[in-house]
Design a protein around this ligand. Sequence first.
Ligand code: MN
Length: 251
Amino acid sequence: MFAEIVAPAGWRTVDLISDLHLQASDTATFGAWQGYLETTPADAIFILGDLFEVWIGDDAATLPGFEAQCAELLRTAAERRPVYFMHGNRDFLVGAAFAAQCGLTLLDDPTVLVLHDKRWLLSHGDALCLEDTEYLRFRAQVRTPEWKQAVLARPMEERRALARSVRAQSEDRKQSPGMVWADVDPDAARDWLRQANASTLVHGHTHKPATHALGDGLERIVLSDWDVTAHPARAQLLCISSAGAQRVDLR
Ligand code: MN
């Protein structure tokens, strides 16, 4: 059974965002996110993974710096409304300490959100990209408590260096000729939707915003990533309400 969150009757709109890939070097996207958090009228915010380009451990946010700035913004936002956080493949090391520091509620992947009698199945999306078997093996390894504990026990500077080298490897892989990014497997998505007794899957991860019909009235809505330095700039959320789902461009 998938985890389930039943929205209180008073919620009118819920924002879904993912794949902001926040990092200290991209102050423009950070600024857009800050402006968004300070102005959104949503009754709840669901972050569906890869909020951060990389997360090396919750202890990083206890020192002055970029992670602490992000924590402060999240804490202020979460004082005004619930903020939920689902892990992505970049920030899967976000833990209970950071959630407590910011007032976030951590979400299982996937989770069903019941809003106005409709069931929305929420996921980051990476677990459904079945073609990328190499990544799925890596994912299975690094999500174990043993792996996480072993990495988090290393000195912070060592973890920063490790993150840089993993990122460089991933950039190399992106440049390699013939590289095709795996997409969400439609059969797996349908299977999850049936298990969840839901008709709409919302996910991020692939950076290919679109709405795909999956047959039998099922669909998947793919969230946009954020990059305010791109042309045109990308900073988009999905707002869901009793009227359905609507994309809102902030730039
Ligand atoms: Mn991702």
